[in-house]
Design a binder for this molecule. Structure first.
Ligand SMILES: Cc1ncc(COP(=O)(O)O)c(C=O)c1O
Length: 391
């Protein structure tokens, strides 16, 4: 056997339990079909606001091309603190409690890898964004899912309490994501207070991924940190709020005692976020503090359009109050295997949407539509779906 083939057997065994995300796999599979209309990826169709792009260009010209400090540039962290305080009403010390990361993705990885040891358990409400489980697995920990299908995709505090009590010390962390990918469902003040009441009883880390906070339609976003600052590591970023996915800017907001540990992992993963992107982020946070509002208005019109259409076709949908996804139950009488449904829809009607199973077994029987696409595209998509359903 060659050394190369021996090496392929010597990777971290946990890696063999991780696969490329089903969302990406499905997207690649259907991308080669001509005339395919894709509502697959969770990426804003808007471009980064012009003034933010210009700030990035200026940053290069002014030689912001060196490393920044590992937590990020001081002015960016200060601006992130001001943004968070103004929008969500919680203060963080920019010098010790805020880190600029390489997208929310690196914030998630740095946090989970800092917190978890082999054998630990992490509680997640399901269906859920598939970006957490692989890192939990890589750390040798085990995800434990709480099914939220019967409670409108909202985590029931009593179910959470029961799970935490039954599992005891094995549980190291709880991950929440709201507004949610894939369901768009979010929590109001009362619901968060009830969840916080439960979490307070246990010494678990709470990782609150609030990346869609600026895209909350029915009420202003409420952060978990307002109810549970001590235990919570808030993850956020500019990918969705400012259509800045490619700039890779995220944030961690956490009490100093937690932040000073997580920053070690962050440093050895990435050293620091890209300096040019940080300067663009500064512009977004200060001059562009309300940039998301224009996009939000547009997303809201699209949500209403897609929601009305989908329900009229017989899909059952928990009306999303944030993010840009519709998570819909495939009507009875149609193929219930979500992958088979989506493959058939793609082949026959040239419409690509994501099978619910990509968000865990609890997503089986559902499909996710991303409405981060123009109203024109969405109208065409709904026409294609309607003809498919009538076939
Ligand atoms: C819930 C959630 N968290 C994190 C991310 C990743 O964000 P970023 O592009 O900033 O890494 C996404 C992207 O789709 C997401 O939906």
């Amino acid at each position: 056997m060659s050394i190369l083939s021996q090496l392929t057997n010597r990777f971290n065994p946990q890696l063999s339990k991780i696969a490329v995300s089903l969302i990406r796999q499905f997207d690649e599979q259907v991308s080669s079909i001509p005339d395919m209309l894709k509502l697959t990826l969770g990426e804003p169709d808007f471009d980064t606001p012009e003034h933010v792009k210009q700030a990035g260009i200026r940053a290069i010209e002014e030689n912001y091309t060196h490393y920044s400090g590992m937590a990020g540039l001081a002015d960016v962290r200060e601006a992130a603190a001001a943004f968070f305080k103004q929008k969500y009403g919680v203060s963080y010390n920019w010098q010790s409690e805020i880190m600029v990361t390489v997208g929310a993705t690196e914030a998630i990885s740095a946090t989970l890898l800092s917190v978890l040891s082999p054998g630990d358990e992490v509680i997640l409400p399901a269906p859920i964004y598939p970006g957490y489980e692989p890192i939990i697995t890589l750390a040798g920990a085990t995800p434990v899912y709480i099914d939220t299908r019967e409670t409108g995709f909202v985590l029931d505090p009593a179910a959470l309490d029961k799970e935490l009590q039954a599992r005891g010390k094995k549980v190291k962390a709880v991950v929440l994501n709201f507004p949610s990918n894939p369901t768009g469902v979010t929590y109001d003040e009362k619901e968060l207070a009830a969840i916080a009441e439960v979490l307070k009883k246990y010494d678990v880390f709470v990782i609150s991924d609030e990346i869609y906070s600026e895209l909350s339609y029915d009420a202003p976003h409420e952060t978990l940190a307002r109810h549970l600052r001590e235990q919570t590591i808030v993850i956020n970023g500019l990918s969705k709020s400012h259509a800045m996915t490619g700039w890779r800017i995220g944030f961690i907001f956490a009490p100093e005692e937690l932040a000073k540990e997580i920053i070690k992992t962050h440093q050895y993963l990435v050293t620091a976020a890209t300096t040019v992107s940080q300067k663009a982020a500064l512009q977004a946070l200060v001059q562009g503090i309300n940039d998301a509002d224009v996009m939000k208005e547009e997303y809201l019109a699209r949500r209403n359009f897609v929601y009305d259409k989908m329900t009229s076709f017989g899909f059952e949908v928990a009306k999303p109050s944030g993010a840009f996804y519709i998570f819909a139950k495939i009507p009875a009488g149609y193929q219930q295997d979500s992958m088979a449904f989506c493959v058939d829809l793609a082949q026959k009607s040239k419409l690509a949407i994501i099978p619910g199973v990509a968000f865990g077994p609890e997503g089986e029987g559902y499909v996710r539509i991303s409405y981060a696409a123009s109203l024109e595209q969405l109208k065409e998509a709904m026409n294609r779906l309607e003809s498919y359903m009538k076939e």
